[in-house]
Ligand binder design. Structure first.
Ligand code: FHN
Length: 510
């Protein structure tokens, strides 16, 4: 199989569609995707799962060798979690979207590439990086207050700057800045103290400051390397063996029981199955580790990673995690104030949970290490809702229904010419063995919630936000049920109706 085909397979249907579409238009993948690149295109089709992966890997990955029971045990905490914090933080928070007085379009952490900043000029940011406002305790406490169960932080993004004490390469926060602290170590300690999992995002493939590191095609950068500075030229395998892999080993070895997750990104055709297998050999030494589908070389990893979109019907049979920004950038941009409302963020979380996925929601600390206030406010508001309603999110299974999420249009097409998915926002549903939860966005004017295809026998109903748990009247006939609700919603964003309904009492569909 050609490297390119393997690359497209690695991306899965979503990423491959983005790459194919962008190449067809002569655009780079990140440019075509607007904000964040090759995996960002909404794939609102019925069959948005990955293709089967090639059977023969040079080194078998854990996903190829474990039993289904072992896999369930390995993924258990992650499936229970449903909500995590992504942190994009690095040197790019200093320019914060502006270079030489000009506002640079696109996502903040791509500024070096988008503005074609020479390696030496970019590296000169390091001595100016002194984020004394960084407080690991406060960030972990914020994630917890938001109801998040894990954090994934950029240990090294595409700019090649390591945000931890790396002996393998001295372009890092301890060796190259006056800050002289290891934020990853501090976060690991705090995550341990506060009982939350920690994962590391590691840009294994793109590295714009290490000779031989890859660069995705952007702007007028020229093939075959798409580099914009001679200092970037070199040998990819050598880069991998002298920087990316040694750093991965450090990250896996130096932080105790963390990382719980390694989050790879933007595989390029440079990452052949052979080279990727060198990384897999390292990963295989950590049998509890979870890693995503962006390693490259045809490895499917543990999780699908839709970016900036929620798949219409999830990825049945695959674990998945939608990663999203709160505004329009991952890395801090001082002037990006296009923040989503708390309502949108909560609806996203609920929508994702109802389809069996996780929500990895990003924050972008500034150059002082401080999370922007707009993000803090929204996270705290989400946490307040989860304090009351978390039972309907954590550890839940997907909806029994399905049609409530929306439908494929008979007339409208998406950009790939496929029927467009039109989401509906009346309600969503999640389930547990003995409960069905209905998260109601649009309170029924009639005061009655009607559900069809309720395939479990309901024995009681109440609202999660009602501390008295006052029983609600309902009438179930066959698989249809009407529940009498109070006149007004108890929560302006989503009021959760609980139906006591055991899996065991399933009613055959009429
Ligand atoms: O290029 C990166 C981008 O900067 C960001 O890290 C996102 C997060 O998923 N991933 C890549 C684009 O897909």
């Amino acid at each position: 199989m050609s490297t390119r085909r393997l690359f497209l397979r690695q991306l899965g249907t979503a990423g491959a569609a983005a790459v194919v579409a962008s190449n067809a238009r002569g655009l780079s993948a990140p440019a075509a995707a607007g904000l964040a690149g090759w995996n960002e295109q909404p794939i609102q089709t019925a069959e948005a799962t990955s293709e089967p992966m090639p059977p023969e890997h040079p080194v078998a990955a854990i996903q190829d060798t474990e039993t289904p029971e072992q896999r369930d045990a390995r993924m258990a905490w992650w499936r229970e979690a449903r909500f995590g914090m992504f942190i994009h933080w690095g040197l790019y928070s200093i320019p914060a979207g502006t270079w030489n007085g000009k506002q640079i379009p696109g996502i903040g952490e791509w500024i070096m590439n988008t503005a074609s900043i020479p390696v030496a000029d970019y590296k000169a940011l390091a001595p100016k990086f002194n984020p004394t406002g960084f407080n690991a305790h406060d960030i972990v406490a914020l994630a917890k207050a938001a109801g998040m169960k894990y954090i994934v932080i950029t240990s090294k993004h595409h700019d090649g700057f390591a945000m931890y004490d790396s002996k393998a390469n001295d372009f890092n926060i301890v060796a190259a800045t006056p800050f002289n602290r290891d934020p990853i170590k501090e976060l690991a300690e705090e995550c341990r103290n506060q009982g939350i999992k920690l994962g590391f995002y590691h840009s294994q493939d793109q590295d714009w400051t290490a000779p031989g590191g890859a660069a995705l095609k952007t702007g007028d950068h020229q093939p075959p390397t798409y580099h914009w500075d001679k200092a970037q030229d070199g040998n990819f395998q050598q880069y991998l063996e002298t920087k990316a892999i040694p750093q991965l080993k450090e990250l896996l070895a130096n932080y105790g029981d963390y990382p719980a997750v390694i989050w790879f990104d933007t595989p390029t055709p440079d990452m052949t199955p052979q080279l990727a297998s060198q990384i897999v050999s390292v990963l295989n030494q950590y049998p509890k580790l979870i890693w995503n589908n962006r390693l490259g070389g045809g490895y499917k990893g543990d999780t699908e990673t839709p970016e900036q979109f929620i798949p219409a019907q999830g990825y049945p049979g695959r674990d998945w995690e939608s990663c999203m920004t709160m505004n329009d950038t991952w890395g801090y941009k001082s002037y990006d104030k296009n923040f989503k409302s708390t309502e949108t963020l909560l609806r996203n979380l609920i929508d994702i949970a109802s389809k069996g996925g996780n929500y990895l929601l990003n924050v972008g600390p500034d150059s002082h290490g401080v999370v922007p206030l707009e993000e803090v406010v929204r996270l705290r508001q989400m946490g307040k809702w989860l304090d009351v309603n978390g039972e309907a999110i954590y550890g839940t299974q997907p909806t029994l229904f399905g049609a409530e999420a929306g439908s494929f249009s008979d007339t409208e097409k998406d950009k790939d010419g496929k029927p467009k998915f039109i989401p509906a926002w009346d309600w969503r549903s999640t389930t547990k063995a003995d409960k069905v939860y209905i998260q109601i966005f649009k309170w029924p004017a009639s005061g009655t919630l009607h559900l069809d295809k309720m395939t479990r026998k309901v024995t009681g109903a109440y609202l999660l936000a009602d501390s008295a748990r006052k029983p609600l009247k309902f009438n179930q006939t066959g698989d249809s049920i009407d529940v009498q609700l109070p006149a007004k919603a108890l929560d302006p964003i989503a009021t959760v109706l609980v139906l006591n309904a055991s899996k065991v009492g399933a009613i055959p569909p009429s």
